[in-house]
Structures are given as C-alpha cells and as structure tokens.
Design a protein around this ligand. Sequence first.
Ligand code: NAP
Length: 245
Amino acid sequence: MRLQGKVALVTGAARRVGRSIAMALAQRGAKIAIHYNHSRGEAQRLADEVRDSFGREAGLFKADLADVRDTQRMAQAVLRQFKTVHVLVNNASIYEKTPFGDVSRLDWDAHLDVNLRAPFFLSQALGPAMKENGEGKIVNVADWAGQRPYVDYIPYCVSKAGLLCLNAALAKTLAPEVQVNAVLPGPVLLPENFTPKARQAVIQATLLKKLGSPEDVAQAVLFLIEGSDFVTGAAISVDGGRLIA
Ligand SMILES: NC(=O)c1ccc[n+]([C@@H]2O[C@H](COP(=O)([O-])OP(=O)(O)OC[C@H]3O[C@@H](n4cnc5c(N)ncnc54)[C@H](OP(=O)(O)O)[C@@H]3O)[C@@H](O)[C@H]2O)c1
C-alpha cells in the first residue's frame, strides 16, 4: 500500500517510539491522526512538525485507552475528521515493573486493558471499514518479551503475548483486504529511570551488543505498510537478536 494521501492513526504518538513512527509515516505522505493521553504539548508539537516539515494534515485525538468507551469515541472522532482510516498502528502501551507477589488487580488490569484490549477495540472499530474499502494495514507494536517473558513484568509480558495472538486472529478475520502484522522491538529506548548499570546489562543481553533506535522500529512499520502486501499475521523482531540470545 502506498502511504501517499492515506490516513494513519498512531496511538501513543506524542513521544518516543510512537513519535518516530508518526514522523516516518508523514514523511511518506500520510495524513496523521495523533493519539495521545497525557502528552498534549508534545502531541501538538508533533502535529506542527508534521505540517511544517512535510505539509501533511495532522489531527490530535485524546483518549484514555484503559477506557473502552473513550477508545471507541476516539475512533469515531478520527473517522469524523478524516472520513476514513487506512492504517492503524497500535503503539501505546504501559510498561511497569510489577514483581511477582506484589501484583495488584489494578496493575494487571492496566496492562491488559491498554496493551491488549484497546488494540482489539480499535481494530474492531476501524478494521471492518478497511475491509469494505478493499485495503488496510494494522500494525501492532508488541515486544520480544511477548514470546520469551522475563521476571518482574508478568502483566506486561502477558499483555504482549496476548497481542501476538490478537495479531494472528485479526489477520485471519480481516483477510484478504487488510494485512495485520506485529513488530517486536527489543531495547530501542529505555525507560527514563534506568540506571547506567541497568542500561549496560540490557545492551549486553542483545546479540548485537547495542541498543536499537525508535527509527529502527519505524522502518519495520514502514516495511509492513509499504514494503509488501504479501505479509500478514507475521511478527517481525527488531531486537538486536535479543529474542534468541
Ligand atoms: N522502548 C523500547 O525500548 C521498547 C521495547 C520493546 C517494546 N516496546 C514497545 O514499543 C511501543 C512504544 O514504546 P515506548 O517506549 O515509546 O512507549 P512508552 O513511552 O512507554 O508509551 C507510549 C505512550 O503510550 C501512551 N499510553 C500509556 N497509557 C495510556 C493510556 N491509558 N491511554 C492512552 N495512552 C496511553 C502514553 O501516551 P501519553 O504520553 O500521551 O499519555 C505514552 O506516551 C510500546 O508498545 C512498547 O511496549 C518498546
């Protein structure tokens, strides 16, 4: 699918990896629906940059993805403004340390609601129209840890494992018009509170002995949208070999 003139909704687009994905899609000619929750200022700056740098239309859409009604309302607001959505990138996520023994029901629900339930309801809100229009792409940003979980982050890892099942299920449901794929990043942008020691440990745990970048993830997303229409239900690791290390 060519992105020129198409409409792409990117969740969690205001900052970090989501921002890089949104910029990459805008650079290829897409109009961008920028979803954010708390990062209003950064979302506004991204919209300005999308317009100034690439001359593309950008809209801001706030929603708490832990809330199904708010998520569905946001999808309708995007459709009202842009008339159609060709590309959905489920990027927003919660990633919190939740040591076994101390996991609360709130921790569990927060990860599953934002990282898994919201991508489902957004896909359900937007996927059928993509199918009717004859083309569409859904990209789910998962994590290598959805295939090989690590300790202290069980709700997060389970949410990403569920997202991989959702990825395959949506690929079947929306075929042949819509392709649904996942990107599995490894360490590309560490949480801002990581110590230098923790950072080194993460680097050493990759085969390539380095961190990736948000642009590495954005390039994989671009490939899944523009590079091939013959890939669906796939999960592409962009992890420096972390999964198999
Ligand atoms: N960073 C990495 O190295 C890495 C590694 C593996 C996988 N990943 C995956 O790649 C994606 C992007 O990573 P990242 O590090 O850039 O993500 P992030 O900074 O942890 O979060 C991205 C955005 O998710 C949004 N979000 C969180 N809770 C939300 C809620 N309840 N409602 C709506 N939005 C919510 C936030 O938007 P607001 O700021 O607007 O509130 C946040 O800016 C994620 O799916 C992550 O799991 C990243």
